[in-house]
Ligand binder design. Structure first.
Ligand code: 9Z3
Length: 348
């Protein structure tokens, strides 16, 4: 496979790529949710994006490109945001992990293993009850209060349209809205006019694909769609030396408040917060076509880094097993403080 790239601006992307089926309905549901919570004095709303996006190779899709993300970060963080009192829009990849049920994912902890049977009656085995009870209570509380809205996407195109839609409906929240962009979004895609209509036939030797670059929607998101929201993006690398320079580059380029850097292999127990020393937003620098990954020439004193780490003994297995501290709890605690300061700054 050879990867070439051309650059779509966000504007040309939304001009040329069709909105997905159901976009209006999903956006309207998110809009109603936001309107409800906007009317509740002092309430904060967070958008959590979660899981990987697919890139279809055929319009009648048999094959697609995907990535590793299971949605653990997003699903886990959503639980901690709920317990911190936020109303949560959970925009997630279809079939990826979800808040609460993630503790009983079929691969790590199948729920049938929790159950015991006696004379036709099914019960949760006593040894599992202590762990299940707080999860069940938090799940029911979110249902009763209506604080969790889950909306699905699958392709990168669906994700981009939904992100644009939800950002629009969240704009009236002003500073009370937070954006926690943990989804692993593809950098490349096949535009409609280059995509095969039907299943690509084999028998012709190798397959070459030329993919276009997905536009960096963080720029309009920060600068146009939600000028006041508190915006947290994630930067994923597989080589630690790129983490901080790339995170700083993203902050300089887009001008939002915070980038959370994480290394693929250490992401479950170590992340780094990279932010401007004054905690402010700043106007992003002009986009350099194709230069989205170029490190900035900023003064290092403009930025500060804060590492969050779990101690060795509490490194988690990934399913919130008994007594495990989860790094998302530390992340969300830090974010709630920063978001509160962001809101208070406007009021003072
Ligand atoms: C992340 O970096 C997330 O923390 C992970 C979580 C995807 C690593 P899991 O779902 O993994 O818990 O298994 N998300 C953002 C990844 C991303 O696409 N970032 C872009 C980049 O690095 C910038 S928006 O260029």
């Amino acid at each position: 496979m050879s990867l070439g790239s051309s650059v779509f601006s966000t504007e040309s992307y939304f001009h040329t790529q069709k909105p997905p089926d159901g976009l209006d309905i999903k956006t309207a549901r998110m809009g109603e949710f936001v309107e409800h919570w906007r009317g509740v004095q002092g309430n904060k709303v967070v958008l959590v994006t979660s899981g990987g996006t697919t890139v279809p190779l055929e319009a009648n899709t048999v094959r697609f490109l995907d990535n590793f993300s299971a949605g653990t970060r997003g699903a886990t963080s959503a639980e901690y945001f709920l317990s911190a009192g936020y109303a949560v829009i959970f925009l997630h990849r279809q079939h990826s992990l979800r808040p609460f049920s993630r503790h009983y994912s079929h691969s790590l902890n199948p729920f049938l293993d929790l159950l015991s049977e006696s004379s036709g009656t099914i019960a949760v085995s006593p040894e599992h009850t202590a762990k299940l009870l707080p999860i069940l209570r938090a799940y029911h509380a979110a249902q009763v209060k209506g604080t969790l809205l889950s909306i699905e996407f699958q392709t990168v195109n669906e994700y981009l349209w939904l992100l644009k839609g939800v950002t629009g409906v969240m704009a009236p929240l002003g500073r009370r809205g937070m954006f926690y962009l943990a989804a692993a979004v593809s950098d490349f895609f096949l535009p409609e006019d280059k995509m095969a209509e039907h299943k690509i036939q084999s028998g012709h030797g190798t397959l070459s694909l030329e993919m276009d670059q997905v536009p960096k929607v963080l720029r309009p998101l920060v600068q146009e769609w939600t000028p006041e929201g508190y915006i947290v993006s994630f930067k994923l690398e597989t080589e630690e030396r790129f983490l901080i320079p790339k995170a700083r580059a993203a902050l300089s380029r887009y001008g939002h408040q915070l980038v959370i850097g994480n290394d693929l292999h250490r992401r479950k127990y170590e992340v780094v917060f990279v932010e401007r020393t004054d905690g402010r937003r700043k106007t992003g620098v002009e986009d350099i076509p194709g230069g989205a990954e170029t490190p900035p020439l900023e003064d290092a004193n403009e930025f500060k880094e804060t590492w969050l780490r779990l101690a060795d003994l509490t490194r988690r297995t990934g399913n919130g097993a008994d007594g495990e501290v989860e790094i998302e709890e530390l992340i969300v605690n830090e974010l709630v403080n920063r978001h509160d300061r962001w809101i208070a700054d406007a009021e003072s």
